[in-house]
Design a protein around this ligand. Structure first.
Ligand code: IYR
Length: 233
């Protein structure tokens, strides 16, 4: 690979495992991630800011276009602000559930039992509001960001897995439209709300829908000559 002589490169300090350990780790990680559930009923039990900061740093380690890290994580525990966010979100969601969403959409959501009321926005100890930076503002100068949706989507995935790894639960919430978050959180004009993620402990009596995940054969397609025989039997 041609390396730009201006760029500084350092040796990769990768992690290597013996094959058997790789197999075990890959299986255990899948089994661990498969236990993650989206939760809508939270306990009001506090979570320390240090835990939230570690989770944010794990999210911010995600790859991004030209390493621009085009994201801001607003972490909200202020009860007044959470209440204002709930009121604004419920106003939009009321409209969504009373005319803005199609019949098909409402039908698809029935198994989840969702409605326009969003008490979790006040109950969960933290709301993490993920903003994407459409561009950077460097002393008033616009600087381009690349693959912003892909980058912020990846960071949000890392965030959800870090929350799960810490033993907490989250809801990937998308009130729509959500420009009210830009106003309430006083974000600059280059930032757009991406996801609103309440984080905390599940309520003592929390339940989740009885969902099944797709099987491997429903989500994978092989292009692997070595496995042709076994794939066909
Ligand atoms: N944003 C609404 C509706 C909603 C849409 C989808 I797609 C979901 O998976 C869940 C809910 C709400 O938060 O209620």
């Amino acid at each position: 690979m041609q390396k730009n002589s201006d760029a500084a490169f350092i040796p990769l300090r990768g992690i290597r495992y013996p094959r058997a350990e790789m197999l075990r780790r890959s299986r255990e990680y899948y089994q661990f991630m498969d236990k993650r559930r989206t939760v809508r009923e939270f306990a009001d039990k506090p979570v320390s800011r240090e835990i939230i900061e570690n989770i944010v740093m794990a999210a911010s380690s995600a790859p991004s276009g030209a390493h621009k890290q085009p994201w801001t994580f607003c972490v909200v525990s202020d009860p007044e602000l959470k209440k204002a966010i709930r009121i604004a979100a419920e106003k939009e969601e009321y409209e969504n559930y009373h005319g803005r969403m199609s019949e098909e959409w409402l039908e698809d959501l029935k198994p989840f039992g969702t409605d326009w009321e969003k008490p979790f926005l006040e109950i969960a100890p933290w709301l993490i509001v993920v903003f994407k930076k459409a561009y950077d503002l460097d002393q008033g100068q616009k600087r381009k960001n690349y693959y912003v949706n892909e980058s912020v989507g990846l960071a949000s995935g890392f965030l959800l897995s870090a929350i799960h790894h810490a033993g907490l639960v989250a809801l990937t919430h998308t009130p729509s439209p959500m420009n009210f978050l830009q106003d309430l959180l006083k974000r600059p004009e280059n930032e757009r709300p991406f996801l609103l993620i309440p984080v905390g402990y599940p309520a003592e009596d929390a339940t989740v829908p009885n969902l099944q995940r797709k099987k491997l054969e429903d989500v994978v397609v092989y292009y692997d000559p070595a496995e042709e025989d076994s794939a066909n039997d």
